[in-house]
Design a binder for this molecule. Structure first.
Ligand code: WT7
Length: 635
């Protein structure tokens, strides 16, 4: 890996054409060249989007942790695999070598086995960004257990829903977590969740904040005691390429979260190959992605992708503002970070604080900058380019999704000329299409439409846990023989893509994917609420913020509105988590509805965005009079 894989723009086009002319051959060569297989595949790809069914490298046998850990031991055992940077800058950073990672993953794998976890069992991981999070993900993969990481900012109700949906037998958690100056009682949240999770047999608890917690006899165990007794050798479970590796939940347009199922072989090949190319990772580089492993970005580009490449990957426990807004840059300087990958919302929050926090730090090691999770606005893009990369580090605006497993549309640094706010061109092997409302593909440039993908790629999710029909309905039914992303996009005069945002009822707030339905369901549980509708509106830092329209039952009509607002946000915090709280709540006499009873969100969106010059066609409304009333009282 001493050279850039894709060296220049003509080479990208050459490789791209090769990759779409014969995708099977393209991916087969990569799979052969870069990975350790216990047995080669019988067939590279079989697929049928009407079922839908997709299988990559069928018949192949492997263990992903052998690829992420064992094979580096011979050549690079003393190299740092993970740099752990704690929340508190005064606590020492940890450098975990590949050798140590091997021992610690094996120990944890043995602990899981001793507690009865077998291949195919589901294990819920609810941990903060500490080394044990990465280690437990890998420990599951070592023994073929399916991990389901739940972001440690979700509430007990959200956690319970996810545990129950996939029948997790075990939960891995910690006594608590640090978040800036605050601590969070994670074990308390788990205890509450488990009151409604009958399938969970055991809870293993990592000590992190040394808080007083209660341990339930026979169910709860301290992790360290078990690790101390476990062997540092654990033979990897040999998996089929299409065996599930993990489940990761993402919001949908109905109340229940979707447990996206990713499988082993294709996911490994795609995340590893994209990591190397999109970040132009070279031996000796230090790579840092600021995401949480609770999201797909962390799975693919903190854990699996980097480790499969034998890279050094930074894990940061804290937040960008603690102890002050210079923390990110202090870490870049301290660990001599070469590739830095973050979210537009973090960039906007940092930009707001001014450049003084940057000036005192040496950022000269940075070679490549990345963004992910939501569209980046032009101003934030330039701020990042000017002040962080000093115009020398290309920005890769990477578009992808929990469902896609890996980066799909992105510039290749030092090859693709970047363009602010554009994710630019498809990665090798990815075949995007823009579709019109009648289901026809829109060809040519300077067009916009709904973004679909025409051909399978190795890391696509294979199903929704326990609900294949929903997988089909959500992703493969809007357009024939296409994977539908839920996003809108435009293609400019040279064929570059710009993602314009969701075209469904998902709103991206601070880079978090939130469905409107689960939030509305939560609000509607308030005894005074009759009905509600949530829309997004533009927000300087969060990208989008949430605006709720709420109608009250007769019994609630005399209530104090500010108190009601607090209660509604508390319900949302309890049911989903603080990330889904509403910025604005307007109480209205009614919601604009079509004759068939569907809420006209388009109108509500315009009012929330203060863009009421043209509300569009309101003739199909059942109750046009409420629109004026909502406009008059808009917040
Ligand atoms: C949605 C997926 C992929 C990991 C983090 C989010 C939006 C993602 C971009 C980008 C514009 C983006 C899309 C997508 N999105 N990256 N570079 N430019 N929009 O994963 O939670 O599954 O959300 O995030 O709307 O559909 P996710």
């Amino acid at each position: 890996m001493s050279n850039y894989h894709i060296k220049n723009f003509p080479e990208y086009f050459h490789e791209y054409r090769k990759s779409v002319r014969n995708p099977e051959l393209f991916w087969e060569e990569i799979a052969e060249e870069h990975f350790l297989w216990r047995k080669k595949w019988d067939n590279v790809l079989s697929w049928d989007f009407t079922k839908p069914e997709v299988k990559w490298f069928e018949g192949a046998k492997l263990n992903i942790t052998e690829n992420c850990i064992d094979r580096h031991l011979y050549t690079n055992g003393d190299k740092t695999a993970i740099i752990f940077e704690p929340n508190d800058p005064n606590e020492e950073a940890q450098h975990i070598t590949y050798k140590e990672l091997h021992a610690r993953v094996n120990q944890m794998a043995n602990v899981l086995k001793n507690k009865g976890i077998k291949k195919g069992d589901r294990v819920c991981i609810y941990l903060p960004m500490i080394p044990e999070l990465a280690i437990s993900v890998l420990a599951c993969a070592r023994i073929g257990a399916i991990h389901s990481v739940v972001f440690a900012g979700f509430s007990s109700t959200a956690l319970a829903t996810r545990i129950n949906d996939s029948d997790c037998k075990m939960v891995l958690t910690s006594d608590g977590s640090y978040r800036g100056a605050k601590t969070i009682d994670l074990k308390g949240i788990v205890d509450e969740a488990l009151e409604s999770c009958p399938v969970v047999e055991s809870v293993l608890v990592v000590k992190r904040i040394n808080s007083e917690i209660s341990m339930k006899e026979g169910r709860d165990f301290w992790m360290q005691g078990l690790l101390d007794e476990a062997s540092i050798e654990c033979a990897p479970e040999i998996m089929d390429a299409e065996d599930p590796l993990f489940i990761l939940y993402t919001s949908g347009s109905t109340g229940k979260p979707k447990g996206m199922v990713h499988t082993t072989g294709g996911y490994m090949v795609y995340t590893s190959y994209t990591f190397k190319n999109v970040f132009q990772y070279r031996e000796g580089d230090v790579y840092w992605c600021t995401a949480d492993i609770g999201w797909i970005t962390g799975h693919s580009y903190i854990v699996y992708g980097p480790l499969a490449n034998g890279a050094t990957t930074v894990m940061f426990e804290g937040v960008p503002s603690y102890p002050d807004y210079g923390r990110f840059w202090e870490i870049v300087e301290k660990h001599k970070v070469n590739q830095f990958y973050t979210a537009p919302t973090a960039i906007r929050a940092l930009a707001k604080e001014g450049v003084s926090h940057l000036e005192s730090h040496d950022l000269s090691t940075l070679k490549v900058l990345g963004t992910v999770g939501e569209p980046i606005n032009e101003e934030a893009w330039h701020w990042y380019d000017d002040n962080v990369g000093k115009k020398k580090a290309p920005i890769v605006d990477t578009w992808w999704q929990t469902e896609t497993g890996g980066i799909m549309i992105t510039p290749i640094p030092f090859s693709t000329p970047t363009k602010p706010t554009y994710a630019t061109l498809p990665f090798l092997g990815i075949q995007p299409a823009l579709m019109d409302e009648n289901g026809k593909e829109i060809k040519g440039n300077q067009v916009d439409g709904r973004l679909c993908i025409k051909f399978p790629w190795p890391s696509m999710a294979r199903t929704i846990w326990g609900n294949h029909q929903r997988y089909k309905d959500t992703y493969f039914s809007a357009f024939e023989n296409m994977y539908f992303t839920g996003d809108g996009a435009l293609r400019d005069e040279v064929g570059y893509y710009r993602i314009t945002g969701r075209v469904d009822d998902v709103i991206i707030v601070s880079g978090h994917n939130l469905g409107t339905a689960p939030i509305e369901d939560a609000i509607n549980e308030h005894p005074a609420v009759a009905e509600s509708a949530i829309v997004g509106y533009p927000h300087d830092i969060k990208g989008n913020a949430l605006y709720g329209y709420v109608t009250l039952k007769e019994s609630g009509e005399g209530r104090d509105h500010d108190n009601l607002r607090k209660e509604i946000n508390q319900i949302i915090t309890d049911q989903i988590g603080p990330i889904a709280k509403l910025n604005k709540i307007q109480f209205t006499a009614g919601l604009p509805k079509t004759r068939s009873g569907k809420i006209m969100r388009r109108i509500l969106r315009k009012i929330a965005s203060k863009d009421t010059s043209n509300l569009g066609d309101t003739s199909t409304l059942l109750n046009p009079e409420v629109v004026q009333d909502i406009m008059d009282n808009a917040l």
